[in-house]
Design a protein around this ligand. Structure first.
Ligand code: SAM
Ligand code: SF4
Length: 332
């Protein structure tokens, strides 16, 4: 089998695939209030998404995470999940997962489980109704909580992702960890990253997780865990709750040496690193006369371009984002 190996000897075994740039929420750190979304013809069709996923599976990708935008707002998403589920069942790759805001999860949890999804990541930054509405510019916390109930009832393992935001959910973080662990869900904290133009200044949102961790240690015992996922998260066990806490610290801690992933946008642009603007157009390859050969060449070029490490910087007030595209474009 032809593998995807970059110039630093890292094997790419993890694909994050965005299936839409659209979303039913407008999280303040992720999107502007009034976003212009892509016309449909720009976005990969269901068949193209399937073909592309297949190309990665054929080259040794073992884990595929479907993301967005909000993946569950795409109407034909469950058809893609079912088709990928068949390849999963056949043992062609090892894990199919999803990152979602959970507003629609109540309608999809059972089907997700039935096509072979075992775990989902749910993004949730506050349990306070008003704060949620302020932060996401939509009144949808009750739908998210119903989605979580449905996911757990369907037997999906849930991990909560929480972006740590200065002065917004800072005080609520210990309570959210205790709540998640009390329901048998792990929780991972994420530092806000400078991706895309938004209304607020990133310096005002940025809360270093080192400060959060110091604060947690005043009330809890945190034991470092060895577990790594090839990604940027570090994990600790919170002895007092019995649960696992992850911390994604792109700005205070460099995690690039073990990077095993690439991201593909809903328009088929492959980004080798979240923190760089370099990309290769896989859609052009897919829509060319000889898609298989063109895709093979494009993926080869992509491997030559994967950089050694990211280049985020958030220290300068008023600075333009390090990377101009929004997280909802690249896929979280
Ligand atoms: N809509 C889905 C969701 O919210 O889970 C999937 C896509 S969303 C872009 C994926 C993740 O990216 C979410 O956990 C979100 O909190 C995170 N995210 C978005 N913008 C971010 C930023 N500027 N810095 C850090 N995390 C961000
Ligand atoms: Fe939508 Fe997810 Fe971005 Fe929030 S973080 S606006 S839910 S894509």
């Amino acid at each position: 089998m032809k593998k995807l190996t970059d110039t630093f000897g890292r094997n790419i075994t993890y694909l994050r695939l965005s299936v839409t740039d659209r979303c039913d929420l407008r999280c303040a750190y992720c999107m502007a209030e009034h976003m212009t979304f892509l016309p449909k013809r720009e976005v990969l069709s269901l068949e193209e998404l399937e073909q592309l996923s297949g190309a990665f599976i054929d080259r040794g990708v073992k884990k595929i995470r479907i993301t967005g935008g909000e993946p569950l707002v795409r109407r034909d998403i469950m058809t893609l999940m079912a088709r990928l589920g068949r390849r999963l069942e056949a043992g062609e790759f090892e894990e199919l997962t999803l990152t979602t805001n959970a507003t629609q999860l109540v309608h999809h949890a059972d089907v997700l489980r039935s096509v072979g999804v075992k775990r989902v990541n749910v993004s949730l930054d506050t349990l306070d109704d008003e704060k949620f509405a302020g932060l996401t510019r939509r009144n949808a916390l009750s739908k998210v909580l119903a989605g979580l109930d449905a996911a757990q009832a369907a037997g999906l393992k849930v991990k909560i992702n929480t972006v740590a935001l200065k002065g917004v959910n800072e005080d609520e973080i210990p309570a959210m960890i205790a709540w998640a662990h009390g329901r048998g869900m792990d929780l991972t904290l994420i530092e806000v990253m400078p991706l895309g133009e938004i209304e607020a200044d990133r310096v005002d949102q940025y809360l270093p997780l080192t400060a959060v961790e110091d604060n947690l240690r005043t009330q809890w015992t945190l034991t470092p865990l060895e577990m790594r996922t090839g990604g940027p998260a570090r994990y600790v066990k919170v002895e007092d709750t019995g649960g696992v806490l992850g911390m994604i610290t792109p700005l205070t801690n460099n995690f690039c040496a073990g990077c095993n992933r690439v991201r593909v946008t809903c328009t088929g642009q492959i980004y080798m690193c979240l923190g760089h603007s370099d990309r290769i157009d896989l859609r052009a390859a897919l829509r060319s006369e000889k898609p298989d050969a063109a895709l093979d060449a494009a993926l080869g070029r992509a491997m030559l371009k994967k950089p050694e490490r990211h280049a985020f910087d958030i220290s300068e007030r008023g600075a333009a984002p390090s990377v101009s595209r929004h997280m909802s474009v690249t896929g979280g």
